[in-house]
Design a protein around this ligand. Structure first.
Ligand code: DX5
Ligand code: ZN
Length: 221
C-alpha cells in the first residue's frame, strides 16, 4: 500500500477566498489538494472549472488532485492539464467504454490518471482499464455534495480493488472520497485506502494542521 496522503477537498472552503484557503492547506501539511469539478449535469451542483484550477495553481505548490464529476470528461483533459492539474480523475460512469482511452489521454498530457466509481457502480467494471490508471477513487458518498455520511458498504469495494491489484502485482494508489473523519479513518485505512479525501472534517476543524496529522498518523504526534 502506498504512503498515506491526505487530500483536503476545497469544496468545503470559502469560495470567496480560495487562494487563501489553499495557502492555508499547504501550511497545514496537506499532501494533495482535492478539487471537485462539477458540471450540473453529471451531478446537480455546479462548482468550478479550469479557471479555478489555474487560479489556485498560482497559490500553492501542493499537487492538485482534480476530481471531474462531469459528462464527456475526455473532451476537457488537455484544458485541465494546461490549467495545472497534477492528478486528473474521471468517472467510469461518464466514460463508459472510453475509460482506457481517457486514462491514456490523461497520462499523455503529463498528469497522473485516476478512475472513479460511484457507490452503486460495481468496482469490477474498472478492472479491465485499471492498468492505465495511477489511482482508483472509491466514492464513499454519492457524488455532488460535501459533508455527507460515509456509506460503509463502499469499504468492501476498496478491499476488492486492493485484492485485485495485489493479485495482478500492480501497485496503485487507492483514494476514498466522502464522509471521512477521525471516527472512521482507521476502517478506511484498513480497507487498503492510502489517499484520503476530507473536506468537511478539515475545514470545520479549529486546528486544521492537527486534524490533517490525526487523519494521516492516527494519533497526535
Ligand atoms: C463529493 C466530493 C467529495 C466531497 C468530500 O461529491 O467528491 O470530494 O467534497 O467532502 P467531505 O469530506 O465533506 O465528505
Ligand atoms: Zn471529490
Amino acid at each position: 500500500m502506498g504512503r498515506i496522503q491526505i487530500a483536503p477537498s476545497i469544496l468545503s472552503a470559502d469560495f470567496a477566498a480560495m487562494g487563501a484557503a489553499v495557502e492555508k492547506l499547504e501550511a497545514c501539511g496537506a499532501d494533495l489538494i482535492h478539487c471537485d469539478v462539477m458540471d450540473g449535469t453529471f451531478v446537480p451542483k455546479i462548482t468550478f472549472g479550469t479557471d479555478m484550477i489555474a487560479a489556485v495553481r498560482k497559490h500553492t505548490k501542493v499537487p492538485l488532485d482534480v476530481h471531474l464529476m462531469i459528462v464527456r470528461p475526455e473532451e476537457k483533459i488537455e484544458e485541465f492539464a494546461k490549467a495545472g492539474a497534477d492528478i486528473l480523475t474521471v468517472h467510469a460512469e461518464a466514460c463508459g467504454e472510453n475509460t482506457a482511452r481517457a486514462l491514456r489521454a490523461i497520462r499523455g498530457c503529463g498528469m497522473r490518471a485516476g478512475i472513479a466509481v460511484s457507490p452503486d457502480t460495481d468496482e469490477k467494471t474498472i478492472f479491465d482499464s485499471i492498468s492505465e490508471a495511477d489511482m482508483v477513487l472509491i466514492m464513499s458518498v454519492y457524488p455532488g455534495l460535501g459533508g455527507q455520511k460515509m456509506i460503509e458498504r463502499t469499504l468492501e469495494k476498496a478491499k476488492s480493488v486492493a485484492r485485485f491489484l495485489e493479485k495482478q502485482g500492480m501497485v496503485r494508489d487507492i483514494e476514498m472520497d466522502g464522509g471521512i473523519n477521525e471516527e472512521n479513518i482507521a476502517k478506511v485505512k484498513a480497507s487498503g485506502v492510502n489517499v484520503i479525501v476530507a473536506g468537511n472534517t478539515v475545514f470545520r476543524s479549529s486546528d486544521m494542521a492537527k486534524t490533517i496529522r490525526l487523519l494521516r498518523d492516527g494519533d497526535e504526534k
